[in-house]
Design a protein around this ligand. Structure first.
Ligand code: ADP
Ligand code: 5GP
Length: 198
């Protein structure tokens, strides 16, 4: 058995960035991609927000104190970082990503729109930026309510942010509508496969 599925090719890997307004289905789609593509690995971001109950430090995020985050910024360790949702900071550490790319892995980024466009600018054709769109505002509201993680206030904040993010969709390499999950995933997996083979 090949311990490292990316090892069979000596080629450097590339980046795949998934962006979607909260509730559009990005987590569901990312999990499926990671399960189906053994040469794909997840980019673990750093954040100053506190961990949620089920989250594991080093797996879901690297949870840093504001001081640790400041230090990493000062050391130039971030490929990109942004501040949002009430002053919490999120960023991608360059060293982890480069290590995986050098090993030949494709690296999946789950980051928000501005960070995504910065990464795309830096990596050009070595990054595929995909925007996942909900079929409509009404569907987005319904999915967020169904997920049951939002208060009325945070729902409104997420919807406002969703509208801002949707206005950037045409700057992405491709836009996929998550109407029917099965259909959407097939389209996404096809785009990812052809990018990997390019
Ligand atoms: P995100 O990570 O973008 O916030 P999630 O993957 O958590 O979104 O999905 C939000 C909710 O919508 C979940 O309950 C998920 O099961 C559901 N969902 C995802 N895609 C679809 C779809 N195509 N149709 C209906 N519900 C969906
Ligand atoms: P959450 O707090 O729900 O885990 O994430 C909130 C938002 O932060 C999501 O849109 C997620 O994609 C984004 N995010 C996570 N990591 C990063 C990162 O490293 N950089 C940027 N720019 N956004 C990130």
């Amino acid at each position: 058995m090949n311990e490292n599925p990316a090892k069979s090719s000596s080629k450097r890997g590339k980046i795949i960035i998934l962006v979607a307004p909260s509730g559009a289905g990005k987590t569901t789609l990312a999990r499926r991609l990671l399960a189906d593509f053994p040469n794909l690995t997840f980019s673990v971001s750093a954040t100053t927000r506190p961990p949620r109950e089920h989250e594991i430090d080093g797996k879901d995020y690297l949870f840093l104190s504001p001081e640790e985050f400041d230090q990493a910024v000062a050391n130039g360790e971030f490929l990109e970082w942004e501040e949002f949702y009430g002053g919490k900071r999120y960023g991608t550490l360059q060293s982890g990503v480069e290590r995986e790319l050098e090993k030949g892995y494709f690296v999946l980024f789950d980051i928000e729109v501005k960070g995504a466009l910065n990464v795309k600018k830096k990596y050009g054709d070595d990054a595929l930026a995909v925007f996942i769109k909900p079929p409509s505002d009404a569907d987005l509201v319904q999915r967020l309510k169904k997920r049951g993680t939002e208060t009325e206030e945070s729902l409104q904040l997420r919807l406002e942010r969703a509208r801002m993010e949707l206005s950037y969709a045409d700057r992405f390499d491709c836009v996929i509508v998550n109407d029917d999950l099965k259909r959407c995933y097939k389209e996404l997996a096809d785009v990812v496969t052809s990018f990997m083979n390019s």
